[in-house]
Design a binder for this molecule. Sequence first.
Ligand code: PMP
Length: 400
Amino acid sequence: VWAKVPLGPRDAILGVTEAFKADKNPKKINLGVGAYRDDKGKPYVLPSVQKAEQQLAKAGHDKEYLPITGLPEFVNAAVKLAYGENSKPLQEGRIAATQTISGTGALRLGLAFLARFFPHKSIYLPDKTWANHAAIVKDCGLEVKHYKYYDPETVGVAFEGFKADVRAAPNGSAFLLHAAAFNPLGTDLTKEQWAELCEIFKEKQHFAFFDMAYQGFASGIFEDDAFPVRHFVEQGFPIALCQSFAKNMGLYGERVGAFSLVCADKDEKARVDSQLKILIRPMYSNPPVHGARLAAQILNSPELYKDWKVEVKGMADRIIAMREALYDLLQNKYKTPGDWSHVKKQIGMFSYTGLKPEQVDALATHASIYLTRDGRISMAGLNSSNIEYFAENVSKAVKG
Ligand code: PMP
């Protein structure tokens, strides 16, 4: 029956890990996947998560099903972390929210909701974005449109082009916006630029659909990274928000996330909630319980929350230190042609290096250094033992 099924292409990001695993060189480096590593290059289970695990084990929970929209203690705390305690729609009880299967599941559910109920059957994505965005949009039956974001000259944000595209879009269009630590570019708008964008959104009555997969990873401070979300909400927008606890709690494989929609009033929220349940039930019935319990334990315990904040800042700061070190090595020590200051200026887990596909291939072939062909590197894969080897080989690849 499957004789005519064509062989699909390998996943661009997970394919890098496969190639890395097959390489026998002891010096090999994997900068493909966006998972945090400590300075020894090892996966990192946050101490707050370890404590939460112990507390949960002691409490001896059963493994019964969660409700369709997940663990209420988790969902409420996740929403509070994103919108802030003093958020007006939160206090007025008009945010419809549900637990999701991490950030990907939040996107999938949110975009399925748009496909069913949003007046336009399309959404604008940045011209460079996480590859899965377009795939999810298409699989939800929506059309992918693009807005300008990437400026190859500066390896930064083309804000004028971005604004022009927002203005040119039909009134009431949906835009997917990275809330913080833009993947893959590592370049966010400034607060002033967000405020300016928000004014254009008002004129055009556009809909802001936020993807916040890295809250805390850009600045190390949750409130600061949530600025765009909070600003749009303060300005009265009925936004959508996807949250993930994969990166900031290191709960990757536990698949902990949330999706929320700010509604006009409690009645609208009740109707939206009912439709979210109708979408979830035939998709996966109800979400997994363990990771949500871990996150809830941390978010709702003042002690663990305090520890977690410090740990997130620690991860963000280690990445910032790697950026400084990499810039210094590429620019000053190895005198690599070009301006490498973007490496230092970028934020979050990734750096968009501007390396060409041929240079990326050369790095894999000659030095066993693996990254995606668009030149994106996960800064978290660099550490004090491998950064010199990496910089030296990047420099060689650029010099040709
Ligand atoms: N959005 C963006 C921009 C991402 O980079 C990621 C993870 N790479 C996600 C969403 C979702 O990740 P997860 O499903 O692991 O939470």
